[in-house]
Design a protein around this ligand. Structure first.
Ligand SMILES: C[S@@+](CC[C@H](N)C(=O)[O-])C[C@H]1O[C@@H](n2cnc3c(N)ncnc32)[C@H](O)[C@@H]1O
Length: 276
């Protein structure tokens, strides 16, 4: 049974979530909060949403806030999602970046998957990198982060079901996974390039640790923010990139009307944003 939320309670909850995460829940989505949070109110034996909000506001160890993030985020993802972006990444873009870095005396490549969910995106990047023998002399680092601790825990485990792996080319699946009863376990080689941590993209103090990145993938998360939160998050991504670095957003997302600090670059019909 879902517990219903009154309009005032909805507004207070919605504003709290927005302030803490940038995630904007429109007026017509009260049912979304009722569906996602009702059970938690019952589990905690609280009288209603008002008490739950009070708990969250005065939650000294932020554990309940973490639980809220786990409940309200949408974590849909899969390997090789929007594959044309990975083609451009593994083709022209890595070629450019490795040449530029070599010219400036760097033998490394730094990539950030900024809303990595259960890990499929950064591990796809890792497999693409491992398929590049010409980069064998480069140190390859993939930072992967998300606001939700529960998705980060599954990402670190690196075990996937058939939905997540359905787009993986057969040769990659054979080479980088072991299959046991439709449970696909990722090889240590793929995992070894990726480091996971919790980063809330709206919090400047979280993003401050990440600097000098060559390429950022921040896909299918800007859609959950309003314009103001998008601007804030994109300015944090800008600060994390090295000059001339590249940003991928989801194919249904755009930086149009969000910022002029990036130059759109089109490679094989894929739009990438370059820090100017
Ligand atoms: C739909 S998934 C996208 C996963 C992957 N990037 C992809 O395109 O397949 C969106 C992810 O963004 C995360 N997210 C939402 N708000 C966030 C925030 N403020 N900071 C960091 N991550 C956030 C969610 O937890 C979720 O895992």
């Amino acid at each position: 049974m879902t517990i219903s939320m009154n309009d005032e309670g909805f507004k207070q909850f919605r504003d709290f979530i927005y302030e803490k995460s940038g995630i904007f829940i429109p007026d017509n989505k009260k049912y979304f909060l009722e569906n996602r949070l009702g059970r938690r109110v019952q589990e905690k034996n609280l009288k209603g949403y008002e008490d739950y909000l009070y708990n969250l506001k005065y939650d000294s160890d932020r554990r309940e806030l973490q639980c809220l993030f786990d409940l309200i985020t949408t974590n849909e993802t899969f390997f090789f999602r929007e594959p044309q972006q990975f083609d451009v990444f593994g083709g022209e873009l890595l070629g450019r970046i490795s040449a530029e870095n070599t010219n400036s005396g760097r033998k490394d490549i730094k990539i950030w998957s900024a809303a990595s969910s259960t890990g499929e995106e950064p591990y796809t990047l890792s497999m693409v990198l491992l398929e590049k023998p010409e980069l064998s002399g480069f140190k390859k680092e993939i930072y992967a982060s998300d606001i939700s601790e529960s998705v980060l825990a599954s990402a670190r485990a690196g075990i996937y079901g058939s939905y997540a792996i359905r787009n993986i080319p057969a040769t990659y699946l054979k080479k980088y996974f072991t299959d046991s009863n439709q449970q696909y376990t990722l090889s240590p080689a793929v995992k070894s390039l990726v480091r996971f941590s919790k980063v809330n993209l709206i919090e400047e103090r979280d993003v401050r640790m990440i600097r000098g990145v060559d390429i950022i993938f921040c896909r299918n998360v800007l859609i959950y923010f309003d314009d103001k939160a998008k601007q804030k998050v994109v300015s944090h991504l800008y600060d994390a990139l090295r000059p001339g670095g590249y940003l991928f957003v989801g194919t249904s997302e755009s930086l149009h009307n969000v910022t002029r600090a990036f130059r759109p670059v089109v490679i094989n019909k894929v739009i990438i944003y370059q820090k100017v």
